[in-house]
Design a protein. Structure first.
Length: 405
């Protein structure tokens, strides 16, 4: 069986069928790991043919191996993309997607809720090379037009933002971007193509921290840049080649293997996260739950219109009055939640987030305690019990501190 591009357009079937090629791999179901640097060409003519068309030939390990190409093929089918470029991390996907489209003297618009290192790259590296950035209110739709300058070349969205979970209106923003000749880059790590396909909503490029749900097991770093046309693909692939970005064969294999179970994992993450989010809304310690699938969350209507589901990552804001030691009493002693920055693996995670450090267009109140959680594949009753015990520890530590005052 060779991978059939047209076997189905259904996500679950693409996830199980695409990228496989047992006919060329001794019947082996999963594409094997090809480790390579040097590629040997049979003849001078073959070498020259490959060097004249590097986007369609394997010329050197850095240009990609069949393992990487299998992963790229699956991602392209899932995202409805023309072609995909796999790179070493999610951040490399972000930088590799921005660099081809901006030059000295250009301007970019980035959602104020974007992932911190995305902002840092714009403000530290691209700024030094003469590219200016304006951050925009994530919830602004077509009004973004008033921020567009004659030199605006790129709009960057991350829907929802991975700390504060505000949605963005990708169709409205894309309409304005295209009117002014700018490209739209969308970070789709949270929803994955199982629940959102930004190219269908108007984006030109979709980036993924494959490190999260694609790999799904917290054991590899991966970035994916899905491009909507041969033009954007050539621009991205050539830039990534010049930067030396290369997805390692073993990590490509792990990402490809992770993809096979993405939809089933994600549905479980979604179900458990929604149950926990709704339960958190009933807790006396919680002021607000930030989850786009909840009707009172900013941008919920956009989520309902453009997404078919939600994932396991969301946040909640504690009511005022809990001291730092009280918060630590909860976070430090969770049984199932690790304290960790990443997410998208099978495990539950918790982090005291500080969105106020990043925000500029729409400042975030510094005094609010934001706890971001990733709801893993553990039993949801156990997760709830772990959180309930954490709240009890927090309340007890607060009472002890006030009694001592
Ligand atoms: C939304 C989002 N995009 C991109 C990245 C970067 O991914 P990586 O850690 O693989 O570089 C992250 C990492 O946390 C993220 O949360």
């Amino acid at each position: 069986m060779a991978s059939d591009k047209n076997a189905s357009t259904k996500i679950d079937t693409i996830l199980t069928v695409a990228g496989r090629d047992p006919g060329n791999n001794h019947g082996v179901v999963n594409p094997p790991v090809y480790h390579a640097s040097t590629i040997i060409f049979p003849t001078l003519a073959d070498q020259e043919k490959a060097s004249h068309d590097p986007l369609n030939h394997i010329t050197y390990g850095r240009s990609g191996t069949p393992t990487q190409h299998a992963l790229e093929e699956v991602m392209s089918q899932l995202e409805g993309a023309h072609r995909t470029v796999a790179v070493p991390s999610g951040l490399a996907a972000i930088t590799g997607a921005m660099m081809p489209f901006v030059s000295a003297g250009d301007h970019m618009l980035i959602s104020d809720s974007a992932y911190g290192p995305t902002r840092r790259f714009a403000l530290n590296i691209l700024k030094r090379f003469g590219v200016e950035t304006t951050f925009f209110d994530p919830l602004m739709g077509e009004e973004i037009e008033r921020l567009v300058q004659p030199n605006t070349k790129l709009f960057y969205v991350e829907a929802p933002g991975s700390l504060t979970f505000e949605m963005q209106d990708i169709p409205a923003l894309s309409k304005v971007a295209h009117k002014h000749g700018a490209v739209v880059v969308a970070d789709n790590t949270w929803a994955t193509p199982v629940y959102c396909q930004p190219i269908k909503l108007g984006a030109d490029i979709v980036v993924h921290a494959g490190t999260k749900y694609v790999v799904g097991h917290s054991d590899a770093m991966m970035g994916l840049i899905c491009c909507n046309s041969e033009t954007t693909y050539a621009a991205v692939k050539n830039t990534c080649s010049m930067l030396g970005f290369h997805a390692a064969p073993d990590d490509s294999y792990l990402a490809l293997r992770g993809l096979r179970t993405l939809a089933v994992r994600l549905r479980r993450h979604e179900q458990s996260a929604l149950e926990i989010a709704r339960w958190l809304k009933t807790r006396p310690e919680v002021a607000k739950v930030l989850h786009p699938a909840l009707p009172d969350c900013p941008g919920h209507e956009i989520w309902k219109r453009d997404f078919t589901g939600s994932s396991g990552l969301f946040a909640f804001i504690l009511k005022d009055g809990y001291s730092k030691p009280a918060i630590a009493a909860m976070v430090d002693h969770m049984k199932l939640f690790g304290i960790g920055y990443s997410w998208g693996g099978y495990e539950s995670l918790m982090i005291h987030a500080h969105p106020e450090v990043f925000r500029t267009a729409m400042p975030w109140p510094t005094e609010k305690t934001v706890i971001r959680v990733h709801i893993g594949l553990d039993d949801v009753g156990d997760i709830k019990a772990d959180l309930a015990a954490g709240f009890e520890r927090m309340a007890k530590a607060n009472q002890t501190a006030s009694a001592a005052e």
